[in-house]
Design a protein around this ligand. Structure first.
Ligand code: FES
Ligand SMILES: [Fe+2]
Length: 461
């Protein structure tokens, strides 16, 4: 099928204020990582809608991609003591991630080697894993311990009964697993992220919030709803007074690491800037529109921008909460939505303030639904102790994101995002031309996501 070639600027950008222009007027020094810009042109071809809906394609993703990539299974803080373990399920596989010694985290297929029952069904702390079916028992380092009928299993050696291992590595307090025993080191995937996060230590943070829900759309459609900001105009119009959505910057630092940054405290270019006062920006950002001056309303001092003022409010609020010093951090690091993605399914927000983490997975073996985990990580108070991490709050099918009160003001925004997604999936199934189109720049990260999946499927990686 030949289509006429249009003559177009492959590197076109929004011609108003750029994110870098906004950084130029930061009240503090901005780190080099935020100055970095890498946005290659990745092509403009459509992607088949069936890539989101076909069982066959999904099977290929599982076999060729999911079984060979690093996947964030949990945070180290969730398994602080020997014997602490969690269960990580994805694409029909199940893994026990366990602290098997004070400084060792191990991961095993969560399957009894007798007749295949899942060994463990929930997180907890154990000094052995005993299968509830007939009592085959393993030590927490995966070695075989005992079973009630040794006389009848003389044909099996202890070696044969060693639990098959899954690879484990850690970064920034996150525990990653990989089913591929020949996988390259995690750092080959994480690389540029490690450099960029030197100022935003993720190890000294704890899980303040963890909410998860099954969403009725393919896992890629789910994750891609969080890979661009240009849906703000129709999906989140209420945040436009304080989110410079169109001015967002998109980057690709390696095959695995992409980023988008949207400035906060600056109105969207979609709005008439002469009609949005600095006070309106702050009111909208801190959810106080409609309050009167007699309430404890935050007022922007004369001569100060909403962005500079908002950043200072966050610096002081955070310092009061955790005793840390935020005075050297830029406005950008205190305020902006800085979303790094680690292929295929993890997003870690950068910056000095408390940050969000997103994780997306297929919902088991269902091509038409996915799971989203939202974490909020907060800095551990300077003088300790480390607060206990929140355990996951699963929302039921009937519940909305707004039922997770711990998400506070973010819940409305997630609900708006999720409101689109079942209709996205229905639309993809109903497609008349089997095509999905991406913007050249603003949807560059989504295109890269598909390019990488294709590379895995084609055995190029
Ligand atoms: S299936 Fe586990 S002991 Fe029999
Ligand atoms: Fe959104």
């Amino acid at each position: 099928m030949n289509k006429p070639q249009l003559d177009f600027d492959k590197n076109a950008r929004f011609d108003g204020t750029s994110y870098q222009d906004i950084l130029d007027i930061d009240t503090k020094e901005v780190p080099e990582s935020l100055r970095a810009q890498e946005a290659p042109y990745l092509g403009s071809e459509p992607v088949p809608a069936s890539h989101y809906t076909s069982e066959e394609r999904f099977k290929a993703e599982i076999e060729k991609m999911w079984m060979r990539v690093w996947q964030m299974a949990c945070r180290e803080e969730e398994i602080p003591n020997v014997g602490d373990h969690i269960v990580y399920d994805n694409v029909g596989k199940s893994v026990i991630v366990v602290r098997s010694a004070p400084d060792t985290i191990s991961a095993f297929y969560n399957v009894c080697l007798h007749r295949g029952r899942k060994l463990v069904t929930d997180r907890g702390c154990k000094n052995q894993f005993r299968c509830p079916f007939h009592g085959f028992t393993w030590n927490i380092d995966g070695s075989f311990k005992e079973h009630p009928f040794p006389w009848d299993f003389q044909h099996l050696s202890d070696e044969e009964l060693q639990l098959p291992q899954v690879k484990v590595e850690t970064w920034g307090g996150f525990v990653f697993i990989n089913f591929d025993q020949n996988a390259k080191p995690l750092m080959d995937t994480i690389g540029p992220l490690d450099d960029h996060f030197q100022r935003w230590n993720q190890e000294e943070r704890y899980i303040q919030v963890h909410v998860a829900k099954v969403v009725k759309c393919n896992w890629k459609a789910l994750s891609e709803a969080f890979m661009e900001s240009h849906h703000t105009i129709d999906t989140h119009p209420q945040i436009m007074p304080y989110l410079a959505c169109v001015n967002s910057q998109y980057d690709m630092f390696s095959d695995y690491i992409t980023r988008q940054i949207s400035a906060t405290g600056v109105p969207s270019p979609h709005l008439d800037k002469d009609k949005v006062t600095e006070q309106m920006v702050i009111d909208s950002m801190f959810g106080q529109a409609g309050r009167t001056a007699s309430d404890d309303k935050i007022e922007v001092p004369d001569g100060m921008t909403a962005r500079a003022f908002g950043a200072e409010v966050v610096r002081q609020t955070m310092a009061a909460q955790d005793g840390r010093d935020y005075s050297e951090y830029s406005d950008a690091e205190m305020l902006d939505a800085i979303l790094y993605n680690v292929f295929p399914n993890l997003s870690v927000w950068g910056g000095a303030a408390a940050n969000l983490i997103y994780r997306w997975r297929p919902n088991g073996l269902d091509v038409n639904s996915g799971i989203m985990d939202v974490y909020r990580l907060a800095p551990v108070p300077k003088d300790g102790p480390r607060p206990k991490p929140a355990t996951v709050h699963w929302l039921t099918d009937e519940e909305n994101w707004t039922d997770a009160e711990e998400l506070a003001g973010l819940a409305d925004i997630f609900e708006q995002d999720m409101g689109n997604l079942p209709f996205v999936q229905e639309g993809l199934i109903a497609s008349g031309n089997n095509q999905v189109q991406f913007a050249n720049y603003q949807e560059m990260r989504i295109r890269q996501h598909h390019i990488m999946i294709q590379k895995y499927i084609d055995d190029e990686i």
